[in-house]
Design a protein. Sequence first.
Length: 317
Amino acid sequence: MCSSDLEPGKPAPQAGEQERSAPHRQLPRCGSNEKVAGGQQGGATRYATDRAASATFTFTGRQVAWVTNAGLDRGVARVFVDGVLFGFAGSMAHKPDIGGLAPGSNSGASRELLHDGLMVPPVRFYRDGRVIREIEAIIEANTRTPELVIGDLRGQVGATFLAADRVQRLCARLGRETVLAAAERLFEVTAEQIRAAIRTWPDGEYEGQATLHNDGVEDGRPVHAKVRLRIEGDRIHADFSGASDQTAGPYNIRPDLVRAVTYYVLKCLAGPDLPSNHGLAMVVDTSFREGSVLNPRQPAPVNTYIDRKSTRLNSSH
């Protein structure tokens, strides 16, 4: 839950209002110095939204949720307080199968993004109290486990709207401005504690590297995940531009997930009990080289990004 920088103060659409086209706009992402609800976009997730140009939609009515990524993992709903856009509620649940080359949708034989599974741009899945059946039918036709996947998605709709309802109730009890101020303060508290820890570390530049023997396709070509950390005062810059070129196999990973791992390492070092929120992103800058294994160009496959996250984690310790 958070204050939204996306169309702040926009009134809620009225029931029966005509839908209108809207300019393409990327949905906010945590880890990119934008205060938003939800988690990191990564792997095939980010690719799907890139392909769709992350359209911003206007809706009929307030009860709207939409699927936001290729893995069908995330559902998002807008939260209105007193008729004004307040923020977003979201849920994430990995699915047992989203198509692709192999059951489970994680194939080491993937050579392009479409091998990883169904590509779903941000689309409406639920509106005005009911599932949009046409979208659900497309998803059902592209998974080996339709009952499980659709059941999970419908469960996410319920979870997401429950979160939105609880935010609205909290605002009704404490006041909209109080809730916003508390959220901002929570970010600041996390950032302040991280900065205090960083100030105890010596300024300077530090390097780390972890290596995979190969990407499963090009034998004999090791894949390096390199990071150069620069500590200055109470800030850190993590430079990943030295990583190997993107791979033909599915060991690539998108920058948002690399940032997530960076924040995780920082939290482990500075304060394992700190809340995981935007405050972590407020003290770390990152840079990547396009076309690298940590910032691949489309249509590079990305389905085994968990292995790459582990490698990236090792390089940071």
